[in-house]
Every structure is written in C-alpha cells, then in structure tokens.
Design a protein around this ligand. Structure first.
Ligand code: FAD
Length: 473
C-alpha cells in the first residue's frame, strides 16, 4: 500500500468524489490507492507530480462527468492521452487528471479508407488496426506515443512528405468542451474549432476520438544508414542536397547518436558516436533500390540496415531505444533550410552526444506538409524545411547537468538561424522556454487561437498545455 499523499486542494471533498463515483464506469484513483504511483507517472521520468484524483475514463459519459467535476470543483485539469509530452502536461499537482488510456476503440473503414480511433490510442494501436487492410495514417516515429497529443500539436513522421502532418489527415474529432458538451469538429461542423485542433494542442477540450484519412502504405523500404563522424559535415550537406531532390515517397531524418550496444549493430560500433539517416521509402518497391542508392553510396556508410519491412515494424523499431521513465530534456526549433551556418553548428555540437539514448534529430517538414497554407491550420510553420530536436534522454538524474548543458549550448548555437519558433510538441514548459515561445511558434495564428480559446474555454480550464490564453485575458 502506498502512503497517502497530502492534497492541497480543499475543494476536493469526499462527498463530491462519491457523487462522481456513482455515475462513473472507469477507475478513480486517489493518493494512497494501490496503483496511484504507477498511474501518476508520465513518460518523462523528470516529472514527479501528485494529482488529487486520476479519472481513467472508459467512454464519453465518463469524460463529460470528469470535465464537469474539474470545473465545478475548480481543480487544475490535465488531460493524458499517451502521456509522452516531455513538459509533463499529461499530469498535474493537486488537480484532476483525465486519463484516456483505457479508451482504445478503433474502427477502420477500408472502403472509405478512414479510421476512427479513441483518444487513448497510441500510434502502435492505430498502425496495428490499419495495417490489416494495407493502410496507414501519418503518425510519429515511436509506437508508444499517443495519437492525441501528437496530432493536436501537428504530427511529424515517416509519412509527412508524402501525405502531410497527422493533423492534415484529420477528418473530424469528437470533443468534450469546457462546459461539458460533446461536439464534433470537422470541415463542415464547428469548422473554427476544427482549425484550432490542427496544431493548437489540448487547449480547446478533451478529444474523445479522432477520424483520420488512411493511405495505401503496407511494406516500406526503410531503415538506418550510419556514417562515420569525420564525415558529418559532408554528410549533412549531402543530406540537404539529397532531400531537396528526393521524391516525396522518400522521407529521411538525420541524426547524431551513440550506437546502441546490441543487434542489429555490429560489435565494433557499439557505444560509438556516429551520424546517419533513417529513411523510409513508400513508393513502388521496384524503384526503392534506385532511390536509396545515393544514401548507400555516400561515405561509405559504416553500417546500413535498409530493406523491405512492414510499416508497423518500422514504427516500433526504435521503441526500445526510448523507454519510458528516462529523464528527458529537449530543445527544438524550425529552420527554413540546412544552411552552411546551421550545418557548422551541428558539426560543432552533434559529435558530443553525452549519453546513450540522447540524440539530435533533424526531421524534414516538406512535400505534402508544404501544400497546406500557413493559416489553413493552427500549425503555422509550413514553409520551414526542417525541425530539429536536441533530445537528452538518460536514466540517472545525476547526469542532468551535463545533458542540460549540452542541449542548451547546442540549441543556443542553432537558435540564431531559427525560422522563429518551434514545433510545440517538442517544447518544454514555460519556465524553461520563456514567455514568448508559444506565440512565436504560432506566429500570425496566435490571435485567432486566442479568440477561439475565448469562445470555447473562456476560463482557461484546459491550461495544462502549451497554453493559449483566452483573448483579452
Ligand atoms: C519518445 C517520443 C517520441 C516522439 N516522437 C514524435 C514524432 O515522431 N513525431 C511528433 O510529431 N512528435 C513526437 N513526439 C512528441 C509528441 O508529439 C508529444 O510528446 C505529444 O505531446 C505526445 O502526445 P501524448 O498523447 O502521448 O501525450 P500526453 O502527455 O498525454 O498529452 C500531451 C498534450 O496533449 C494534450 N492531450 C492529450 N490527450 C488529449 C486529448 N484526448 N484531448 C485533448 N488534449 C489532449 C494534453 O493536454 C497535453 O497538453 C515524441 C515524443 C516522445 C516522448
């Protein structure tokens, strides 16, 4: 039995909890309950928060009851989809966490090529369901990440260049708003909200289900190609030029990393720092060798493991390298291009990756993602060519100073070349990022988002997120 934690929330009386319990079909978990400590954890091991109540909803009725409960009892309210947000927005101190992890219903319509997935699904859940029909929705690169937070912030992954961001493939969403109503947002219904959900994060309500457009993606030609560190400047220039000409069927992200000590990597590379790409070609397999050839010929590579694999296998191939519970400290920006100055900064700091699991990633934001206008969705940086994330992940909190120092120095060297803002899903909290980062990341869209927030959440009930303040507040 876990020792009860003191709660500083006077409003959370026993009577109110019992009233909620009477109509609630999911689980209510409180300090002192078995499982409380496991339930309050999120992906980032640095986050150590103690909610007053965790409401594991199983349906829309539970979700409505929980939103009403938070509002009526004036509780801080966090929404947890996959729990992966590195700023720790899937939990809070002394408030209510609406945890959707039991809401995993999925229905694929193979004829219309759509999927409807509940807000507690991960990308692994959705990939599993859609792959049975030879279809996929554009998601992220790690199967354990929640579809909810990732889509609501934008959603960048292996299919971005060919099919756009995750949010570009959203057809509709069911949302419980701050006043406890369920509404649907789509191009035809509550279109203003639909615009805001595509990049505006969890600011407008609890999304209980997402409907996505699917694409014919089944076996892809994919995997890592690693180059020696001495070649990193040339490799980055080569990568920039290659991506500029590559067909949209080809997505490749660049990385500095320490080679994990295990298969499929050869022993002589274990624990060595290298650079490289992870590519994913979704076009016809007859052309795959030809498209990948330049990446294989450059260098030459010290290792490559590229071939045909089922898409869900690629999506979960790197899960073990980023397990939950590690300390996570990340910084990010968009850049318009990988100019020589940007490359110089990468070459100066990238090779000093301080700990295994830690890495620099550069993701392309191009192709189909560029064909959506910068004010067509809340996600604004449509003309950015790339987003980088300098992501320190390490088990021992004692390693925080050296990881934080590396991340910050690296980011400071790159920031002068930033397009201005960052991908909101890679940001830490305001204490770390400073007060202007959210606005900088939405640019001209911020005013429209603030007006939308005023309309749908005037009291800022949903504020445990990259928060957009209601207009006029
Ligand atoms: C290992 C790892 C890999 C990643 N890879 C990628 C990647 O490939 N591509 C990419 O684009 N991003 C990636 N990310 C970043 C990811 O998009 C964000 O961390 C995102 O916030 C995760 O969503 P979640 O549902 O798992 O998180 P949570 O922590 O549960 O929630 C994140 C935010 O979304 C809100 N939210 C969650 N569920 C709902 C809901 N149902 N309704 C309304 N609001 C909700 C919460 O309020 C919170 O503010 C990765 C993160 C990690 C840790």
């Amino acid at each position: 039995m876990v020792a009860p934690q003191a709660t500083k929330t006077p409003a959370l009386g026993e009577k109110a909890i019992q009233e909620l319990k009477a109509s609630f079909r999911g689980e209510l978990i409180r300090p002192g309950d078995d499982g409380y400590d496991a339930a309050r954890k999120v992906y980032n091991g640095m986050i150590d928060k103690h909610p007053a109540l965790i409401a594991r909803t199983v349906d829309i009725a539970d979700t409505i009851a929980a939103v009403n409960f938070a509002r009526e009892n004036k509780l801080p309210l966090a929404i947890r989809g996959g729990g992966h947000n590195v700023a720790g927005f899937g939990t809070c101190d002394d408030g209510l966490v609406i945890d959707l992890s039991r809401m995993k219903g999925i229905r694929v319509d193979p004829v219309k090529r759509t999927v409807r997935a509940e807000g507690g699904c991960t990308w692994g859940d959705v990939d599993h369901a859609t792959h049975a029909f030879g279809l996929a929705a554009p998601g992220g690169l790690i199967s354990t990440t929640g579809i909810a937070g990732l889509t609501l912030g934008g959603g960048i992954g292996h299919l971005t260049r060919k099919y756009g961001l995750s949010c570009d493939n959203l057809i509709s969403a069911d949302v419980v708003t701050a006043d406890g109503r369920l509404i649907t947002a789509s191009a035809d219904q509550n279109a203003d909200l639909f615009w805001g959900l595509r990049g505006g994060g969890g600011n407008f309500g609890v999304v209980t289900s997402f409907e996505f457009r699917l694409h014919p993606v089944s076996t892809v030609f994919a995997g890592p190609i690693l180059y020696p560190l001495e070649k990193s400047k040339d490799a980055l220039r080569f990568y920039r030029d290659y991506m500029a000409k590559a067909p949209e069927d080809m997505n490749a992200f660049f990385a500095f990393l320490i080679v994990p000590p295990g298969p499929p990597f050869p022993e002589h590379l274990h624990n060595k720092t290298v650079c490289g790409v992870v590519c994913c070609y979704t076009g016809s397999l007859d052309k795959a060798e030809q498209v990948v050839r330049p990446l294989r010929e450059f260098g030459p590579p010290v290792f490559e493991h590229v071939g045909p694999i089922p898409f869900p296998m690629l999506q979960s191939a790197f899960d073990a390298l980023v397990p939950p519970g590690l300390q996570n400290y990340w910084k990010a920006d968009f850049v318009k291009d990988l100019t020589d100055e940007v490359i110089e900064a990468h070459v100066k700091y990238g090779p000093d990756v301080p700990t295994i699991h830690t890495a620099l990633h550069i993701y392309p934001v191009s192709g189909a993602a560029h064909r959506v206008g910068r004010d067509d969705t809340a996600f604004s940086y449509r003309e950015a060519g790339f987003t980088h994330v300098i992501a320190a992940l390490y088990p021992d909190p004692a390693d925080t100073p050296k990881n934080r120092e590396w991340v910050r120095r690296y980011w400071e060297a790159l920031h002068p070349y930033s397009a201005g803002g960052a991908y909101v899903n890679f940001l830490m909290d305001e204490k770390d990022e400073g007060p202007d980062r959210i606005e900088a990341s939405y640019r001209d869209n911020y005013g429209r988002l603030a007006a939308l927030k005023k309309k749908y959440d005037p009291t800022n009930l949903f504020r445990v997120n990259q928060n957009i303040k209601p207009a006029g507040k």
